[in-house]
Design a protein around this ligand. Structure first.
Ligand code: PAF
Length: 281
């Protein structure tokens, strides 16, 4: 695996990998890799001829009161995991490489960036789209792989790719769960034993909505209120949002009459977790 820390090295390595009409797949990450990330890498390996992974804890997507400084960083372990998956290129730049002094240019997907997580985390998606646009310019992937767990992020990135004509195919990979159903996340490492058990409320609330749907309920308000009752029985967690929305526009729907995203975010102790599922009539 070639490890690049500068933009010029990474660009040259990716161009080299794409030469002789090879398809390059890119998996953007913030490191602290878990099975969810590795599933993206495996999908990229299966669909592309060469795979580049980026590890960059992107400061611009963290709010002033968020966990940037304590976000888990495990570079050596991550490298070993990626070597094992036979990744071709790892791009792991320092912050100054991605944000030179005086950088003032942003990529903003207006409207969509203020929905779901964007409402609770102002500026978050502006940071995400800016860094992902930069990674696309630097690495020039044919295909980029993202986890369905970050469903709002996926919608925002898809819209950016469409609006700015990036020649990149976006592939969404299914949520990977722990054996008890908790969606894998680098932030799960923050949970203590009790919180880890309480965190299952996210998954239970989604299951409640799914069961209601399977029983024939199509009214979003009714599905949401049943799911919120699940949270009411777990008072130590603070619900941020439970929404039923169009997966592309992230606008709330009144009835589940086509493919619909059910998304939840909650604080379990000091840790904010998200999860979702898709309902298809
Ligand atoms: O999903 C993530 O890990 C990050 O938001 C991403 C896409 C790597 C951008 O920093």
């Amino acid at each position: 695996m070639k490890i690049c820390s500068t933009i010029s090295e990474a660009r040259a390595a990716c161009r080299d990998a794409r030469s002789s009409s090879k398809r390059l797949g890119v998996v953007p990450t913030m490191g602290a890799l878990h099975e969810g990330h590795l599933s993206l890498v495996r999908a990229a390996k299966a669909q592309c001829d060469a795979v580049a992974v980026s590890i960059f804890v992107n400061p611009t997507q963290f709010g002033p009161k968020e966990d940037l400084s304590k976000y888990p960083r495990q570079f050596d372990r991550d490298c070993r995991l990626l070597e094992k998956e036979a990744v071709d290129i790892l791009f792991a730049p320092p912050v100054e490489e991605m944000y030179p002094p005086g950088a003032v240019t942003w990529v903003l997907v207006e409207g969509l960036s203020e929905k779901l997580d964007g409402r609770s985390r102002p500026g978050h998606f502006r940071g995400v789209t800016t860094i992902v646009a930069k990674l696309f310019h630097i690495l020039e992937p044919d295909t980029a792989f993202f986890g369905q767990k970050d469903a709002a992020q996926l919608a925002v990135i898809r819209r950016m790719v469409r609006d700015l004509d990036f020649p990149v195919e976006i592939v969404a990979c299914p949520i990977v769960r722990e054996p008890d159903g908790l969606a894998m996340s680098s932030r799960n490492a923050y949970l203590n034993g009790e919180e880890r058990v309480r965190a299952l409320v996210l998954q239970r609330s989604l299951q409640q909505a799914q069961q209601g749907f399977q029983a024939g309920e199509r009214n979003a308000v009714n599905l949401i209120s049943a799911a919120k009752e699940v949270f009411a029985r777990e008072p130590q967690t603070v619900l941020d949002y439970f929404e039923i929305v169009d997966p592309d526009t992230l606008d709330p729907v009144e009835r589940v009459s086509q493919k619909t995203l059910v998304a939840v975010a909650a604080h379990v102790g000091a840790t904010r977790l998200i999860d979702n599922l898709v309902l298809e009539p």
